[in-house]
Design a protein around this ligand. Structure first.
Ligand code: ADP
Length: 474
């Protein structure tokens, strides 16, 4: 059984800004359950210097003049290596504050990758180094470059998973010197991207295999509409590019055992379970009394997620008879527009800005429909969670949404699929939803289909396992 190490910036339960953290918290656990020896290395992101880092200190590292300490711990059969470096990882949030990204992001994550490679080289043999997103994407490139290579006993095969091509780690050319990256890497074949340094491109060109998080997105990224400028680079790797759908951590996301819900529920008592959650959310957030259907959204509030489509349609959605609860954060512009909509519909629209995990659980449970009008969606976890909690996702057929949500018209229907991705089509979809919600047998069928879908990690983990095996045999 191969030894696998994952390198990523976030991992549940240690840090999270989005779906990446869910994946890195669950895929390694699923691989370990299948008998592999698995470790994950992540930065010890924390907001305050006095917050403790879990685990025991096992090594010190120094790269780019930044000192760090590695803490080792365990999470459900997986070894976790947390890289603590207060100078770069003690921040209000991992990458940015409302005013923008931290300017030293390239240094922070070049440090992370270099420190990780140094530590892992001492611990080899490692069969597969699986890196995630731009924050870890330099690893396959630096692993092979003579100027940065280390004395590995056995150089691992590398896999890069791109969770969202819109985040590329694009930085000015001075980054090269500041991150001690060999200058010859500033070329079309490596890191250079229209005069800038692209960490993600470096990983795409150098990794032995590149994956994305759904089969449809793996096809979409080869087109200009979805490739975010990297479609040509990806096309050159098309033979090594595969789409593997994310699973869900079904121990964390399970309405039958969820400690954040007032009444846990399964298919057979879904009505009472969701009613209790609805009442709890109404009390918690001050929704006006009544039995109107609830449309929920838990998301980063950015254009990718269709926040602009939603704000344009919000008055009409309320007019259709829905109450709306939105939990998320994003650029000020969208937060302000949503706050204005909230003021316009007191008790009917509630917008909670910030990141609140327990409330997110309750919103999934309380919602009748889950709004996810994404323009593109590499995989998406929100719709998977919503289905498991019996909230029907309302989605366009893009990326992972196309691969996971079946429209209500089908016998396997478990959500509402609309097209094109416009406010008008979103509104028409919600009018359809309103009708379905008013038809008890139809609603029961759709909810049953949704809640019984198998989104566990074991299927996806087996696909990754097969990929590792192919690489090790090549
Ligand atoms: P992303 O593109 O942000 O990764 P996903 O749908 O793949 O989107 O995953 C988002 C994850 O983050 C889900 O688990 C969702 O519940 C969670 N999430 C997003 N925003 C918030 C928030 N404001 N508070 C709590 N959880 C959130």
């Amino acid at each position: 059984m191969p030894t696998i190490v994952h390198l990523a910036s976030e991992m549940v339960p240690f840090s999270k800004t989005g779906g990446l953290a869910d994946v890195v918290g669950a895929l390694p656990v699923a691989l370990a359950k299948q008998g592999h020896t698995v470790a994950v290395m992540v930065p010890a992101h924390r907001t305050h210097l006095h917050d403790g880092v879990p685990g025991t200190p096992v090594a010190s590292v120094e790269e780019l003049g930044i000192r760090g300490q590695v803490f080792a711990g365990e999470h459900q059969g997986v070894e976790v290596l947390l890289l603590d470096a207060p100078q770069v990882f003690v921040r209000p949030s991992p990458y940015a504050v409302a005013d923008g990204d931290y300017p030293d992001n390239p240094i922070r994550f070049a440090f992370f990758v270099r420190a990780a490679l140094r530590l892992l080289a001492q611990r080899s043999p490692i069969d597969v180094l699986h890196v995630h997103d731009w924050q870890a994407a330099l690893a396959p490139l630096l692993l092979h470059h003579p100027a940065t290579s280390l004395p590995w006993r056995q150089r691992p095969r590398t896999v890069l998973t791109v969770h969202n091509l819109a985040y590329q780690g694009l930085f000015p050319p001075w980054t090269l010197d500041a991150a001690a990256l060999p200058r010859e890497l500033f070329s079309m074949q490596h890191l250079e991207y229209f005069g800038q340094v692209s960490f993600l491109k470096g990983g795409i060109v150098a990794a032995d295999a590149v994956t994305t998080v759904s089969p449809t997105y793996a096809r979409e990224v080869l087109t200009p509409a979805f490739g975010c400028g990297l479609e040509g680079v990806l096309a050159q790797r098309a033979d090594s590019l595969v789409g593997i759908l994310n699973g869900l951590d079904t121990t964390v996301w399970d309405p039958a055992t969820d400690p954040h819900l007032p009444t846990p529920y399964r298919v057979r008592n879904v009505l009472s379970g969701k009613r209790a959650a609805r009442e709890a959310v109404a009390r918690e957030l001050g929704l006006a009394p009544g039995v109107r259907p609830l449309a929920g959204m838990v998301s980063r509030l950015v254009e990718q997620k269709g926040v602009d489509l939603l704000t344009a349609a919000i008055d009409d959605i309320v007019a259709l008879g829905f109450d709306i609860v939105i939990l998320g954060s994003g650029p000020r512009r969208w937060e302000e527009l949503l706050a204005t909509a909230e003021r316009a519909h007191p008790g009917r629209v509630r917008v909670v800005l910030g990141f609140h995990d327990p409330l997110a659980h309750r919103i999934y449970a309380a919602s009748d429909v889950f709004l996810m009008p994404s323009r593109f969606e590499p995989c998406g976890l929100g719709q998977l969670i919503a289905m498991r909690y019996g909230a029907l996702p309302v989605v366009p057929p893009t990326g992972g949404l196309a691969d996971t949500v079946v429209d209500a018209d089908s016998p396997h229907g478990c959500g509402i699929v609309f097209s094109p991705t416009t406010s008008r089509a979103l509104l028409a979809a919600l009018a359809r939803a309103r009708h379905l919600l008013g038809t008890p047998e139809e609603l029961a069928r759709l909810r049953r289909n949704a809640m019984r879908r198998d989104f566990s990690w074991s299927t996806s983990a087996r696909q990754y396992e097969a990929l590792y095996q192919r690489l090790l045999e090549s």
